[in-house]
Write a protein that binds this ligand. Structure first.
Ligand code: AMP
Length: 217
């Protein structure tokens, strides 16, 4: 059983690293951003409110995120553990997660923290393109991460999209809320001796190998 949290500023490579680890350990990758995005595409009042909030880069309210997460981790595919990407994003969510897990006799095993500087993250965000079908991620400014054919997914040939929140203004808002709300979460897990820190500028495969060394201990 491995209950793992991945924490990082926007564009540090959480999604790619989560995919690698989730395949390696056969545990689901649970991204609250993805769960909320899926819900925001439903054409009702709640979906529209959610979409507006996410486009602005603000955090969605705790009750909504916690309910969405609670429902997801109670699914049968989570019984051998999971990788949380994008949750907890503030200290209240960290406490709620402790309570949800302790109610069923569980706790978080590891917290992986990917750090990256503001300018590197900004370049990654403004160049990022993703595949809405298979989730592959590309970057038009990075020779190693460009798709072979411009605007088309290498894996499944679908047209690539730029996420509505991948622009400079939204990035600044997201980065500010990371500094204000998420840094205290990192300190919280550091004090509990659960934190493993990595340089988010390294290649994701390299980070995944270092993470695996820790998970094997
Ligand atoms: P992400 O895909 O993780 O970058 O998340 C995209 C957006 O979803 C964020 O900018 C927030 O608006 C919302 N979101 C994702 N996870 C959370 C969370 N744990 N708490 C509040 N809002 C979240």
């Amino acid at each position: 059983m491995k209950n793992i949290i991945l924490i990082a500023p926007p564009a540090a490579g959480k999604g790619t690293l989560s995919d690698i680890l989730s395949n390696r350990y056969n545990i689901p990758h649970i991204s609250t951003g993805e769960l909320l995005r899926e819900r925001s595409y439903v054409d009702d009042e709640f979906g529209i409110d959610l979409l507006c909030m996410m486009k602005s880069g603000k955090l969605v309210d705790d009750d909504t995120v916690i309910n969405v997460l609670k429902e997801r981790i109670s699914s049968s595919d989570c019984k051998n553990g999971y990788l949380l990407d994008g949750f907890p994003r503030n200290i209240n969510q960290a406490y709620s997660l402790d309570n949800i897990l302790s109610d069923v006799g569980l706790s978080i095993d590891y917290v992986i923290y990917l750090d990256i500087d503001y300018n590197t993250a900004l370049e990654r965000i403004t160049g990022r393109m993703s595949c809405p079908k298979c989730g592959a991620i590309y970057n038009k400014y990075n020779m190693l991460r460009k798709p072979k054919v411009e605007g088309i997914c290498d894996r499944c040939s679908s047209p690539l999209i730029t996420r509505a929140d991948d622009n400079e203004d939204t990035f600044k808002q997201r980065y500010d809320s990371y500094i204000e709300c998420t840094l205290p979460v990192i300190e919280y897990y550091r004090q509990k001796n659960k934190l493993a820190e990595f340089d988010g500028r390294l290649e994701s495969e390299q980070i995944a190998d270092m993470v695996s060394d820790i998970l094997m201990r």
